[in-house]
Design a protein. Sequence first.
Length: 526
Amino acid sequence: MGARWRLLLKPSLADFLFLSMLAWLLLAGEQGGHKLLLDGDTGWHIRTGEYILDHGKVPSQDLFSFSRPGAPWYAWEWLADVVYALLFRAWGLKGVVLLGGVQIALFAALLFRYIMWRGANGLVAMAVGMLAVGASTLHYLARPHLYTLVLLVASLWLLERDRRRPTRAVWWLIPLTGLWTNLHGGFLALIACLGVLAAASALESVWLGVRDPRQWIGSRRYLLLTIGCAAATLANPYGWNLHRHLAEYLRSDWIRGAIQEFQSPSFRHENILQYEVLLFAGLLAAASLLRRRQVTEAAWILFWAHQSLASVRHVPIYVAVAAPLVASEVTSWCEQAFARLDRRSVLSILNRIGADIGAGFRWASLWPAVVVLGFLWVDYPIRWPRDFPEVMFPIPMIERHKEEITSLRLLTSDQWADYLLYRFYPHQKVYIDGRSDFYGSRLGEEYLRVWHGRHDWERILERNGFELALIPAEWPLGSLLKQDPRWRLLDDDGKALLFKRLKANEQAAGQLSKNLPAGSKKPPGD
């Protein structure tokens, strides 16, 4: 007991990694922790959680729109929303941002520990791990998907431990999957990994001619585990209807064509270039694993490589799956190469240093928890957010015109609508917000046609009865409204435009004033 307590009080390298990641997320750059709030979806997640706390039930109908009032809605991240609402009520946006920072730092620390547990050289683990952390930054936002990053790494680690030495602990994945289902739809990633594992285990026994009867036992074990975890996903407020809804959502051609995170990655940003390195390394590692008849690991890499190339939202999942396998393979290649070198050579010395580093990742102390709890009660030196970042949302303009915004039917972008729901719900209803699975293709395409000022934009505005338009300055619709006598520009700060629709008498007066001679204040003859 004494040795265990000493470890709990002795900081490890994993602790330093966790704390350095947390400091980077909350302190680095001009925005600090504000950058975790660059996605407005966090706003309606908070308000959904508050609705659940106030009414004691998970919503089954829309709460936020005037375009589909009362329509069926699946709040399938309801439990994460409740957590956000509890933190928001206790500590404001500070609590939400701190949770996001802790989840990202925990993801990085768990991933490093998992990599080291698989036997990777410390220096190799640092190189691969930092590439993995960098490639995942595109999803470093205070949103429910962060639960998936943490839970997926923990689940894969538990599966790997069970494959080396089967224990009853692996069956904890069944209740964990039930919990995960109510936190984020990423639980499907675990079901996919389990399905691949069960199928690959059987393939190793049949196609590769493996005679070990334990291999068949393993295949049946993981098939039963897959079935158990899949059954646990039914433990949600919507039952099997949630699965039907998710299947329709993920199959939607409109979603894949219109929503950026469902599209293929664009290799123009630093984090995607880091993913590219891991992608090529993963393909090489998969070939090496297949040569050694490790079908499961190779299949995991190839499956998620394909998924990540089809949709950029799967890049962090590919990273979580592939990075430990890539690091192990690179370590094996290095050891084979270094075995022929003199022990006094620089590379051999670096190899031994890397092997020694691994010991520092074998435990975790209480210090990260102490620091996180301290952040809850102490504001210094972090600039905790009091609102969403102005670099993304037109907050000053909203403040200047909040009475009109909350009282008139408003057209705005889906991101800004998320923020308005955060600020003014239940008084504010919106046309469309970030819940793309709820609005569907008809409203989504209509919204895009308005955005781009297509041929029927006037008819859409008329039909929806819009009285106010708060739109980004780069929208083509802005130029059209400036030329339309039925709309008046109220405010322009270079980033956002605010237009108000004139009433019939105001339109007539405006048209009359245009016809007056220059310098005249009254109609001729008065």
